[in-house]
Design a protein around this ligand. Structure first.
Ligand code: NDP
Ligand code: MG
Length: 384
């Protein structure tokens, strides 16, 4: 059987490297067509040696020139144009969108225009432009297969979306679940990056600590499954064994259960609709798991989740504002220049000053994103 041709956008990140681990294990099923990386050139070099991609996109022309000297049989590209070229190559059977942040948006749209199916990890794409992305995917017959574990869980549970009454998205609660508001306000970068259950990129790890990640996931779920915000519930489940659930109109609840590992949702998206034994296919034991706990998210301690619901319900440009202000504040926090709680205060301020645009087109989305980032950086400068 012909191997599935895969390109990974963001192959040097947490999702990208795990996708390559799945592919290495299932090398008789998949072939790497293209890889792309950012600053981690050392890892990208190792990946090129191991997976022999035909094309590689790097961040700058300097890196391109450096790598061209080392690899004869690889076509090197750089910057946004390079990403566009990779995402418009119709030899791709599936594209893994594993970059972080807003740079995922344009390549995703390019892949959709070229009728290439997408395994989507990059949640910012749906938060910024979910209406447009989902509409264009439908019009082009493109499948968007969610990699985010909660959405992958829901995707696995759903038979017929019109029979679904609500989505139940689980959250581990992050490192500060049992800390006081005072402790959260004083949290250091190191404490924030020590996630109890998942090992992820820095940006999403901070978002998990503030529960903004859960908020972004609520917006992501709204777009992926067309569910209204009133019918999306977030439940804290510290064991991270139930990855999410759906409730049908007859009251039946179907949940997806498994050990916390991103290899499973990544593999599910890569092999869909097939299921095969892969990298993390050991049996799950209810007896070892022992107990499942649940609690409501504390919106006093984690107000970012409330802001995300508000922005999602407001629609239009509000989620763009939420995402851009959050991303800028998170980067500033990671540099050690602001306290953790300032992330919430920044997003709150930006959202309350934002003039809503109802149905922004793609170019407007990019412009709004740029404008909010400038305003956010200005606002944050006072505290740095
Ligand atoms: P990482 O920060 O670990 O990786 C991001 C990837 O994008 C890296 O390959 C990085 O390159 C590349 N990248 C970042 N900025 C640029 C740029 N300007 N130009 C080119 N490449 C760039 O992130 P994660 O893997 O954790 O997350 C990726 C996406 O998946 C995010 O949207 C996140 O929300 C989502 N997600 C992640 C999960 C996880 O478990 N990690 C779970 C669910 C969703 P380099 O490292 O070489 O600089
Ligand atoms: Mg998730």
């Amino acid at each position: 059987m012909k191997k599935k041709q895969i390109s990974i956008i963001g192959s040097t990140g947490s999702i990208g490297t795990q996708a390559l681990e799945v592919i290495e294990k299932l090398h008789d099923k998949f072939e790497i067509l293209a890889l792309t990386g950012g600053d981690n050139v050392k890892l990208l070099r190792e990946q090129i040696q191991k997976f022999n991609p035909k094309t590689v996109c790097v961040k700058s022309n300097d890196i391109k020139l450096e790598l061209e000297k080392e690899f004869d049989n690889v076509k090197f590209l750089f910057s946004d144009d390079g990403l566009e070229e990779i995402c418009s190559n119709t030899q791709n059977d599936l594209l893994v969108m594993a970059v972080s942040g807003k740079i995922g948006l344009k390549p995703t749209l390019t892949a959709i225009e070229n009728k290439i199916d997408i395994a989507l990890a990059n949640k910012e794409t749906l938060v910024m432009a979910g209406d447009i992305v989902m509409k264009r995917a439908k019009a082009n017959g493109v499948s968007i297969l969610p990699i985010d574990s909660e959405h992958c869980a829901i995707h696995q549970c759903i038979k017929n979306i019109s029979d679904v009454r609500k989505l139940i998205i689980t959250a581990s609660g992050g490192p500060f679940k049992d800390k006081s508001l005072d402790e959260i306000k004083k949290a250091t970068v190191e404490q924030t990056l020590a996630h109890p259950k998942w090992n992820m990129g820095k940006k999403i790890t901070v978002d998990s600590a503030t529960l903004m990640n859960k908020g972004l996931e609520v917006i992501e779920a709204h777009h992926l499954f067309g569910t209204s915000y009133d019918d999306i519930e977030v439940v804290v489940h510290p064991q991270s064994i139930i990855h999410s659930a759906i409730e049908y109109v007859d009251g039946s609840v179907i949940a997806q259960i498994g050990l916390p590992s991103m290899h499973i949702p990544i593999q599910y998206a890569l092999t869909y609709p097939e299921r095969i034994e892969g990298i993390k296919s050991e049996s799950f034991s209810f007896l070892d798991a022992k107990r499942f706990d649940f609690e409501a998210p504390d919106l006093e301690k984690f107000p970012c989740l409330r802001l995300a619901y508000e922005a999602g319900r407001a629609g239009g440009s509000a989620p763009i504002c939420l995402n851009a202000a959050n991303e800028e504040a998170v980067f500033t926090f990671l540099k050690g220049q602001i306290k953790l709680y300032k992330i919430f205060e920044t997003v709150d301020k930006m959202l309350s000053n934002h003039d809503l645009i109802k149905s922004p087109a793609i170019e407007e989305i990019i412009a709004i994103d740029d404008e909010i980032r400038i305003k956010t950086r200005e606002f944050l400068r006072k505290f740095c």
